[in-house]
Design a protein around this ligand. Structure first.
Ligand code: FE
Ligand code: FE
Ligand code: ZN
Length: 292
């Protein structure tokens, strides 16, 4: 099983720091943003400290990791040409960065139609992906399943499948399943994840899943909210999430925690929960006192 979390990338060490952070959690994979997820300011590829990071990955037999595009990329925006153009330009650069870092999985939120309607939004996403994907592209864009808050596209498998249908080089597309988002968009992750995968297989095959975001949820099934919770402490619960990590088809699929920082052992600050959560998932038993 490949189990890790999202990690930072900043300071002098940049990507080397990301790998060190992942190792400190006992992870054998990780996910990073190439800069702050909320903005598009990015360093040059030469400043990312890639060779040192790759060396450390090699020493620790980490072979797969994931890059996540920033939230503000919105290919579905037909209302602001500027937003759409920025999304296309930035996504091209993001593909270059992911490739330079040695990742072939770039997770992308499909986008939000901001009032123009689902059809217009999907058409715009298709147009944007057709502008950036080429047959030579080594990186796959993994469309993330969304919670369905606001005008988000991608909370239904059917919508993701319509994107696939429109994209010329759609062998470059993949899917990222986010368990919190699936729950919030109405799927029964808690008691019937097998059934969720059956619904998925009406449109895709399981080998299209390039990445899993393993998160519990603060909200009930179908709430359309998107608030992540620590593993076992939300409405999905430990058993279902542990079950996801044990599915054989996902043995070689990065499973990434994006659970919230929290007080640990009475700490004054909020700390990363990942080391504890990864250990608990490896152990296979829920510990209600994990953060005490
Ligand atoms: Fe995401
Ligand atoms: Fe996610
Ligand atoms: Zn989320």
């Amino acid at each position: 099983m490949l189990l890790g979390s999202h990690v930072g990338m900043s300071g002098k060490e940049m990507m080397l720091g990301s790998v060190k952070e992942a190792l400190s959690y006992g992870a054998n994979t990780f996910m990073l943003y190439t800069g702050a997820p909320q903005n598009t300011r990015r360093k040059e590829i030469s400043e990312l400290n890639i060779p040192a990071a790759q060396e450390l990955m090699k020493e620790n037999a980490i072979t797969k990791f994931v890059v996540h595009a920033p939230y503000i990329i919105n290919l579905a925006n037909t209302v602001s040409a500027e937003t759409y153009d920025l999304a296309v330009t930035f996504l091209r650069k993001e593909i270059e960065r992911a490739e330079a870092m040695g990742s072939d999985i770039l997770v992308l939120h499909p986008g939000a139609h901001v009032g123009a309607g689902e059809d217009a939004g999907i058409a715009s996403i298709v147009k944007g992906l057709n502008e950036v994907l080429t047959p030579e592209c080594k990186v796959h864009i993994a469309l993330e399943t969304m919670a369905g808050k606001g005008s988000e596209i991608g909370s239904k498998f059917e919508e993701l499948s319509r994107i696939y249908d429109g994209v010329r080089w759609n062998d470059k597309l993949r899917i990222c399943l986010d368990t919190c988002h699936l729950n919030d968009s109405g799927f029964d992750v808690k008691s019937d994840f097998e059934g969720v995968l059956k619904q998925f297989e009406r449109y895709f095959s399981l080998n299209q899943i390039a990445c899993i975001h393993l998160n519990d949820s603060k909200n009930d099934q179908g709430a359309a909210k998107d608030r992540h919770e620590n593993i076992g402490f939300g409405t999905i619960g430990f058993d279902a999430l542990y079950g996801v990590t044990r599915i054989q088809e996902f043995d070689n699929t990065p499973i990434i925690l994006e659970t919230p920082y929290r007080e640990i052992g009475g700490s004054a600050d909020k700390l990363a929960p990942y080391k504890l959560e990864i250990a608990m998932l490896k152990d296979g038993r829920f510990n209600p006192n994990l953060f005490d």
